[in-house]
Design a protein around this ligand. Sequence first.
Ligand code: MD3
Ligand code: FE
Length: 204
Amino acid sequence: PVEIVPGCFYWPGWFDRGEQEALAEDLRQVLAQAPLFTPRMPRTGKPFSVRMSNCGPLGWVSDETGYRYQPTHPETGAPWPPMPARLLAAWRALAGSPWAPEACLINWYAPGARMGLHQDRDEEEFGAPVLSLSLGDTALFRVGGTSRKDPTRSIRLASGDALLLSGPARLAFHGIDRILPDTSTLLKQPGRINLTLRRVHRGE
Ligand code: MD3
Ligand code: FE
């Protein structure tokens, strides 16, 4: 892999086209059980431009009352569907963690959606890495340091790419500046899916 900033490892083209198609089909089945919802900012209730769902024992949600992990879908009340075996295999191959991932957040970016610079701090375990997998249109991804003022680097995350955030990069500021239109034929509609596999609790 290529180290983008300390602890941020990048595998361009980790999944070949056939594997990407199989993963996209896995996700269609997950989303049939756990439909995309529109998260809202704490306090203000302002909607995110990104829509979300989850699979695995826990899922990340955000509403007027705050950010949290919970075992059920915020709208249907059903447990999140299990993580597809293909995702668990990618975690085992790349994460270097003895513990299984507890949550897989599914982010759906329609053209024009973005995600502002932020840190991921809702997990109790920052020692475990986060694994990000991209499908569909290419995203312009930005990553900096642990202070918002630190300089940032941009890379394009294309369909099939994998990114591991570990060590000092685990608490780095990061975001998605924009989705580049017409850069992939994988999905049946224009846009991008990002998957992030995470540990929420300390391993035991
Ligand atoms: C750096 N997702 O879900 S993936 C997120 O493309 C998130 O949907 C973006 O930021 C997306 O929280 C970026 C790359 C990524 C994911 C998690 C990180 C970078 C990260 C956690 C810590 C540091
Ligand atoms: Fe994030």
